[in-house]
Design a binder for this molecule. Structure first.
Ligand code: ACO
Length: 323
């Protein structure tokens, strides 16, 4: 059985760090309010002229170096983003050109904060069907460009960044001991559009628009849907919660992460948390958290990882990966 095995990972954060105290200088907010409600202490914000593709490229170069592979080895790039450089073409093609990769396919996936899990599932499926053999899956965002900086209820929650993994087709035994992506589960519910969306776009307003959110509603759906999809993906692959070595959740809010961990009965030491340093980087948050825990030595070869995320759509999903 073909498995999509992770060969390497990488990430990149813009240089500029904006703390809660920095925000409190320009708007009616406080470090205490933000930390208590979300666990966020700071976020990275892209420089003028620094685009999603630039962040994605740096994360991709690091992931390729970590994997010991070259751009010419790739035959697929899937870039998850809700903040593309342009309406078209896909930002993935910008990254493709900048990497010097000429063959294969490159395209974007749009599932907002669930984007990385969606992108991973798409790449895994293409590898399993033989359409690709070596894939770069990237989550990259410049959410600072779609925030209403006059809306303190949303603008304090997000940051910019990028993360990437390299997947390679390997023959597995088809057992739970295989390395690679072992199962995926994806869902969406378009009826929940109004609780989290951007009020602009090429076809509706011909403007980019700003993020709008009913925070309490999103919170409720996030907690319920995360617990359900995690149970689903574990059952698909024949695992139980106790088998998980690391929960690597989408980093929206420390309270959502804690609540998911509690529902699963996972001790906090087995949950990777970076929301304090990165804030919510949407599709980039899972690969950023993953890279942090791989590079600091927590995540080791053969560990069982559960990745999960939810965002606008609503769209949500989970993946089980043996590292
Ligand atoms: N600083 C200070 N006060 C604030 C701020 C701020 N940045 N933002 C809002 N307030 C005030 C409000 O004006 C309100 O004041 P009032 O009582 O005088 O009217 C008060 O704080 C409470 O506001 P609520 O919006 O009710 O605050 P809540 O406790 O719901 O917390 C939050 C808001 C943090 C957004 C919470 O609802 C939440 O975490 N939701 C999850 C949403 C999320 O994480 N979304 C990310 C995108 S989706 C995803 O990635 C899963």
């Amino acid at each position: 059985m073909i498995r999509s095995v992770v060969q390497g990972c990488g990430s990149y954060l813009p240089e500029r760090v904006v703390t809660n105290a920095d925000l409190a200088k320009t708007m009616d907010t406080s470090d205490e309010w933000i930390q208590q409600r979300t666990g966020i202490r700071q976020r990275h914000i892209a420089a003028d002229g620094e685009l999603t593709s630039h962040l994605a490229l740096k994360a991709s170069e690091r992931a390729l170096a970590h994997a010991g592979l070259k751009a010419s080895d790739l035959d697929l790039i899937v870039l998850a983003t809700a903040t593309p450089d342009e309406t078209f073409p896909a930002t993935a093609t910008r990254v493709q050109a900048a990497l010097g990769m000429t063959g294969g396919a490159a395209f974007d996936v749009q599932a907002v904060c669930a984007g990385f899990v969606y992108g991973l599932s798409v790449a895994d499926s293409l590898i399993k069907t033989g359409l690709a053999s070596t894939a770069l899956v990237i989550g990259a965002e410049t959410f600072s460009r779609i925030l209403d900086w006059n809306d303190r209820g949303t603008c304090v929650l997000f940051g910019d960044g990028a993360g990437a993994v390299v997947l390679r087709a390997e023959e597995g035994k088809g057992t739970t001991a295989d390395r690679g992506v072992l199962a995926n589960a994806l869902h969406s519910d378009g009826r929940q559009h109004d609780i989290l969306y951007v009020d602009g776009g090429p076809s509706s307003t011909q403007t980019t628009g700003f993020l709008r959110m009913e925070g309490k509603e999103v919170f409720k759906h996030a907690v319920v849907n995360m617990a359900a999809v995690v149970g689903e993906v574990l059952a698909k692959a024949g695992f139980e919660t106790k088998d998980i070595d690391w929960l690597v959740p989408h980093q929206a809010n420390k309270r959502i992460i804690d609540s998911t961990g509690r529902k699963l009965g996972l001790p906090p030491e087995r949950v990777v948390v970076t929301v304090d340093r990165h804030a919510n980087t949407s599709a980039a948050s899972i690969p950023l958290a993953l890279d942090a825990a791989v590079k600091d030595g927590r995540i080791k070869k053969n560990d069982l990882l559960l990745l999960e995320g939810i965002g606008g759509g609503l769209a949500w999903g989970a993946s089980l990966v043996r590292w």
